[in-house]
Every structure is written in C-alpha cells, then in structure tokens.
Design a protein around this ligand. Structure first.
Ligand code: ATP
Length: 263
C-alpha cells in the first residue's frame, strides 16, 4: 500500500525539468530519497506537499488525490520539515511544538487539555521536554532539529517528510536523530520520507530507497538490492567499492568519473 503515489509528474522550473515521476512510497516504512545535488529531490517533496504545483501528473496521499485535500486536512495528514537554514523563530520550544496543533484549531481557539497532552508527548518522544521553556534559538543545532521534529509529531500526521534532516549535525547527533526517526516509525507506524545525502545512513536506517538523477527516478528498491558499485557509478559518476557487513553498507569512494564540475 502506498502512503504517497505519484503518477507521471512533470514540472519545468527555469532550466530544470522534473520528468515522468511515477513512484510509490510505501506506507509505514522509512524511505530515503537520494541523488546528486540538483537532481530534483526537494522539488519533488514540494510538489507532494503542494508547495509547488506540477505542470501535469497527479499525487495521491493515502489513496486520495492531493489536490482534493483541504489545507487543514493536508496538514493533519502530512508534516514537512524543510531544510533548517531559514530564520530561527523567536519562541520557546513548547510554543514552537504547540504550533503543530494549528491545523486542528480555528483562529483564537484555545489549546485544550488534549492539545497540551499531545505537545507533551511530542516533546517526551523527541527528548526535548527538558528544554520546553528555553528559547528555540538558544538550543544547539541537534536540539533544534529535535524540537522541529517534535512540532511535526504534534501535527499528529500519518506521514512526515524531512529534507536533509541531518545536515549540520556531527556524526553522533546524526545517528541519534536517525535512530529517533526509526523509533518514531516503528512505535507509531508513521511513514517517514527523508532526503538524505549519506548513503550509508540511508541504507542502514531506511527500508526503501528512491534514487533520483537529472529530474527523473533512476532506481528504487531495498537498500541491499540497489546499493552497489554500479549504483554509485550510474547515479553519482563515482567509482567506489561497496560491500555489506551485517546489512550495513561499507562504501569506499575511489574517484569521481565526471570532471564536468571542474570545467
Ligand atoms: N525556483 C526555481 N527557479 C529556477 N530553478 C530552480 C528553482 N527551484 C529549483 N530549481 C532548480 O531545480 C533543480 C533541482 O533543485 P532541487 O532543489 O529539487 O534539487 P535537490 O536534488 O534537492 O538538490 P540538493 O541535493 O542540492 O538540495 C536545481 O537545478 C535548481 O537550481
């Protein structure tokens, strides 16, 4: 069963084209979208969440056409964490997480006991409860990312999309975050879809991988089925040795086969 199903999505943005994107993102799994810089990963996420409108093609979320969702209904179904390079909100962690309840409220509605309970649960689940009264901008990058995930959790959606959630985090915080997302998926059945650049992490923590190249879907499958030296070469133009140790891929890059970036 698909959480997200796209059918022949097409979009021209400037000189870039997203072409024939037909892909099924499985329900209840952790899926990574990988691929070179500029291959269209963020653009695809934006189309799924209707931040961008495709020129043609359709998106179905939980079996229903995305364009037929009302805004609040969409926000109750899909939470999206964009890359965290934008301005930092001037509010406490608890206030930020409470924003996750907005799709369930009308203007001037007060937070109910249930809302407070959900906000608490989201902070407990992400380990951010201890920071609840801190201003968001005083948190470290790793703590901020967890607070943003808490906000997404408070939205109580069945799907969470994350665009490069581990960027700017050190290796320990990257693994901590990936383990947290995996636990959220396993414990609550929330479908997690994230754009990742680290193939080893993608293969280790994700059930399914979608690889994009030049605005197209290049490969899809389970990590052990698709991560290989051939994959590194065809998707990234990189010669590499790849082997799996206990289902964990060990990728040893040898050299790039493309010098186009230096021309
Ligand atoms: N508004 C826009 N106008 C013109 N070109 C755009 C616009 N938005 C995106 N693009 C181009 O579309 C291409 C795909 O961008 P996108 O951000 O989807 O790639 P990506 O795979 O997410 O890249 P990265 O891994 O570097 O984040 C890029 O070449 C980008 O410059």
């Amino acid at each position: 069963m698909s959480a997200i199903l796209t059918d022949r999505i097409q979009l021209d943005v400037g000189a870039f084209q997203l072409q024939h994107i037909t892909v099924s993102i499985p329900k209840g799994n952790v899926t990574a979208i990988v691929g070179p810089n500029g291959s269209g990963k963020s653009t695809l996420l934006k189309i799924i969440t209707r931040l961008l409108e495709a020129d043609s093609g359709t998106v179905k979320i939980n079996g229903k056409l995305a364009h037929t969702y009302k805004s609040a209904e969409m926000a109750q179904t899909v939470a999206m964490l964009t890359q965290s390079k934008n301005g930092l909100p001037e509010m406490t962690v608890k206030e930020l997480v409470a924003y996750g309840r907005a799709p369930y409220k009308r203007l001037f509605d007060r937070m109910t006991d249930e809302d407070h309970g959900i906000v608490d649960w989201a902070m407990q689940t992400t380990g951010t409860k201890k920071h609840e009264d801190r201003m968001f901008h005083t948190l470290s990058g790793g703590e901020q990312q967890k607070a943003r995930i808490a906000m997404a959790l408070a939205q109580k959606t069945t799907i969470i999309l994350l665009d490069e959630p581990t960027t700017f985090l050190d290796i320990a915080h990257q693994l901590d975050l990936m383990e947290m997302l995996q636990t959220i998926n396993r414990d609550y059945g929330i479908t997690i879809v994230m754009v990742l650049h680290d193939l080893q992490q993608a293969a280790h923590y994700c059930d399914y991988i979608i690889a994009m190249k030049n605005g197209r879907i290049a490969e899809t499958g389970k990590p052990t089925e698709i991560i290989s030296s051939h994959f590194l070469e065809s998707i990234y133009n990189v010669q590499a040795k790849v082997r799996f140790e206990d289902d964990y891929p060990v990728i040893i890059p040898l050299k790039t086969l493309s010098n186009s970036r230096r021309l």
